[in-house]
Design a protein around this ligand. Sequence first.
Ligand code: FMN
Length: 302
Amino acid sequence: MVLSITLGRLRLKNPVLVASGTFGYAKEMAALVDFAKLGGIVPKTVTAAPRAGNAPPRTVETPSGILNAIGLDNDGLEHFFTHHLPYLRTVPTAVIGNIAGKTEDEFVQMAKRVHEAGQGLAGLELNLSCPNVSGGLDYATDAEVTKRIVRCCRDACPDLPLIAKLTPNMTDIVVIAKAAADGGADAVSAVNTFVGMAIDWRRKKPILGNITGGLSGPAIKPLALRAVWRIAKLKAIPVIGIGGIGTIDDAMEFLVAGASAVQIGTANFYDPTASVRIVEALPEALASLGAKSVAEVVGTLK
Ligand SMILES: Cc1cc2nc3c(=O)[nH]c(=O)nc-3n(C[C@H](O)[C@H](O)[C@H](O)COP(=O)(O)O)c2cc1C
């Protein structure tokens, strides 16, 4: 069974990655997860300067998912290079860095720094889609801006496979996926969280300090599946499916819908071994469809 896949210039040993913001900088999960089994790890988004993130509460549980408004709490790119990357270079799987710029230019400057100091990263995911940051880091609602950022980051770090992470918080995600392809991205990842809110009606107050937050987990799986299916039909760029994936059945649905790979997010919080179990169950699930490789199943929806 061939589990390896290619996403543009990025080759992974299998199609199961863990999603940014749900797996720390990997070290935190080392006692729980056998990294060698994973197709890849995407550490938490880093920004150019350290960010304190949003006021608490930052997360709230909903009936079938969580709302979060972390606000990109992180220690900044240089801290990532000095404190996290040395460890990440030692993990026995692909590590895809994840960055977010405050401005278009900041994205490009960060990509340049990754080119200079990011040795050991297998690729770079551009978080064009965080819904929880004031000042609008939701770049992936504008096709021209998306294309420009991807193109400039592409030029700034020419050797590194680039993934554009898209927001579902817009009318037509397909237009943005096309723009990322035109900008030279190797793949798009879809989706980030859906903006929502939770209210304490007795106090007549929003529960999250940020008022709104991003919904993730099982609740969003059907929405994410549709987004991935629509982008994949374009046949313009490989898609990494994200949204509510926690079991082998979820992962197979995304592959059949057209995702070449998947990322596991919220499931890491309630079941840190979900990603490894999905990898282990993959050969049998593929064989049950008569396939000898992951690629044979991708986009086979009738
Ligand atoms: C607590 C939390 C923090 C997140 N932080 C980030 C982040 O820093 N960067 C990013 O690109 N996505 C972030 N995400 C989004 C996830 O990577 C993923 O796109 C989203 O949660 C949907 O997948 P899921 O339903 O499997 O969780 C975060 C999600 C959660 C729940």
